[in-house]
Design a protein around this ligand. Sequence first.
Ligand code: M1P
Length: 269
Amino acid sequence: MATEASSVYPSLENRPIQGTICLFDVDGTLTPARRTVLPETLELLSQLRHKCAIGFVGGSDLAKQQEQLGTSSTPVTTLFDFCFAENGLTAYRLGKPLASNSFIQWLGEEKYQNLVDFCLKYIADLKLPKKRGTFVEFRNGMVNISPVGRNASVEERNEFEVYDKEHSIRKDLVASLKKKFPDYGLSYSIGGQISFDVFPTGWDKTYCLQHIQAEKEISGSEYTTIHFFGDKCFAGGNDYEIYSDPRTIGHSVNGPEDTMKQVKDLFQL
Ligand code: M1P
């Protein structure tokens, strides 16, 4: 299937607009938030792929992007030249995997355990309205820490969120972690309701740009024009870093329809 789909397009070296790649965020940019892609978006991406290289960069894992962009008969890795899941920790080029990376590989077991042990001891000393299970969730690109536990029900989540607003539980734990491990090179993000994410500094969407830059060594192609389209380009949003990176030309969109409009205008499609 990968070979069939990719053979429809000119090879990367033969795309009419050389040295240009369009990179798209997924949720809210190519698809409505947490939903599947519209057929007209796929059609437009296919037209664009005849002109220049295309890729997506998403924070979730590849299974989620397969669900949102692919179908049971179409692997998502055949729809784009470059697929960057988990901001590029998992990466595919023309349907084939590139070198992957992980949080544990980067941090090492000893430091990881220091971090986890500290969090578990800290949480053990907290008094909260409820404690449930899974206080530490080990993920490929990050660790997610939750004082109430990820097994909390919806009501328990809501209860923790209210309590946390009043008592700064997560904020204080993050501040203690920063103080305890200042040299670990970690960033902390309190994005959701009951937890916070811990990941290496710089492992935002700009991480994937190294794969694009490596093209120079792989195929001799240098991507000097990197268009990025995202819907959370404001400071604090998860598209902000790549949107404002000097290596990209950022396009802020407000949903898939706007993305399509901007792409059509930019490439006369
Ligand atoms: O997308 C924001 C966050 O969503 C979840 O957070 P919570 O369970 O605390 O509501 C988590 O998946 C978290 O990793 C993510 O940052």
